[in-house]
Design a protein around this ligand. Structure first.
Ligand code: NAP
Length: 322
């Protein structure tokens, strides 16, 4: 018996929101959805909701071949792996398994650096380009959902911790920051209703890209001002040269991150400052049926409800274990 949806990434922040909305907003029956994880430990919490559960580990092709059996539509969340060749190899496994299993439709969650183009210099983006190319070659019916830069990850962009002062960004440059919850809501709606429900949202280029972004590009300085507004502080804005930014951040970093971490991060930050994430697209607004939140609006909400807001990737050593 064919099951309508298999969702990867549902133990993570974005996929959890997609699953929640598919079940509770779009009223898709739990028995029409397969939830997946690399970990058997996740089984009980999904099966207790009436969902199917299968192991899907992008690093182990055999798990994918078994998981994708009798699946109509696959939500393919990009891997958390940061090494480009390793990430591309994992994604190749997903595509091969989807093809072998005869999956009918693949929604790949990619990243919006470089807009609709293929010229981003940022390391993270390269596996996304390679994956889109593999999807084209596969002959699968797919869409690449290039997701805007999460507003929720703003502590990472600014190396911001609730308990400390922070080093302002290396430069100005605008980013169409996007709320992770609204991305999840939009993706769930696309999966549930299909592209046919949104005639103006058409995949672009051979890579079949739909760009999902917030409604306005804002600078990192705007983000600092939003933090100040909620915390009633007045952070001095200092534009640092790259080396000085690395020195300042790594000197006494609260997460224990060293120079190498900030050197790698700088490439991403410079990509953002060069405007690689500034393109605003109306697709998310169309799919949500309302204007999405700007980055500064989301940050004000996040910090008002949670003054000690924490973003896990900002910490090399989790604070609870230090
Ligand atoms: N747009 C942005 O600004 C932005 C920011 C950060 C990340 N991302 C990307 O978006 C994805 C989702 O974001 P998120 O915030 O939901 O991340 P998250 O909370 O870290 O969750 C990652 C999810 O992906 C699954 N996953 C990761 N690697 C996998 C692999 N090799 N095989 C199978 N499943 C794997 C994990 O499943 P299990 O651990 O249960 O196996 C988990 O459910 C991330 O993986 C990353 O690629 C985008």
């Amino acid at each position: 018996m064919t099951i309508s949806y298999l969702l990867t990434g549902v133990t993570g922040g974005l996929g959890a929101k997609v699953l929640n909305d598919m079940l509770h907003k779009h009223k898709i029956h739990a028995s029409d959805i397969v939830a997946t994880s690399r970990s058997e430990g996740s089984r009980a919490r999904f099966e207790s909701q009436g969902l199917h559960f299968r192991i899907a580990d992008y690093g182990r092709l055999e798990t994918l071949e078994a998981a994708f059996n009798d699946i109509d539509t696959l939500l393919f969340m990009s891997s958390s792996q940061r090494d480009t060749p390793a990430r591309s190899a994992e994604h190749r496994n997903v595509i091969e398994a989807a093809k072998t299993a005869g999956v009918k439709k693949v929604w790949y969650v990619s990243l919006a650096l470089g807009g609709y183009g293929g010229d981003s210099k940022v390391g993270f983006q390269q596996a996304h380009y390679a994956t889109e190319d593999m999807l084209v070659q596969s002959g699968l019916d797919f869409v690449s959902l290039r997701a805007g830069i999460y507003t929720n990850a703003f502590p990472l962009a600014l190396n911001w911790y609730p308990s400390s002062n922070f080093e302002p960004p290396v430069d100005q440059g605008s980013v169409a920051f996007t709320s992770r919850d609204e991305l999840g809501e939009g993706i769930a709606t696309l999966l549930a209703k299909g592209l046919g429900a949104f005639p103006s949202v058409t995949p672009q280029t051979a890579s079949r890209i739909i760009l999902l972004t917030g409604p306005q590009a804002e600078t990192l300085v705007d983000i600092v001002k939003a933090i100040d507004k909620v915390r009633q502080t007045n952070t001095p804005i200092q534009i640092l040269e790259p080396d000085a930014w690395i020195d300042a951040c790594s000197m006494d970093d609260e997460g224990g991150k060293g120079r190498a971490w900030f050197e790698a991060r700088l490439v991403w930050l410079q990509g953002m400052c060069n405007g690689e994430a500034e393109l605003v697209d109306p697709a998310l607004e169309t799919v949500l049926g309302r204007r999405p939140e700007t980055g500064t609006e989301t940050i004000e909400t996040l910090l008002t409800s949670e003054p000690d807001y924490y973003w896990h990737q900002n910490h090399v050593v989790p604070p609870k274990t230090r």
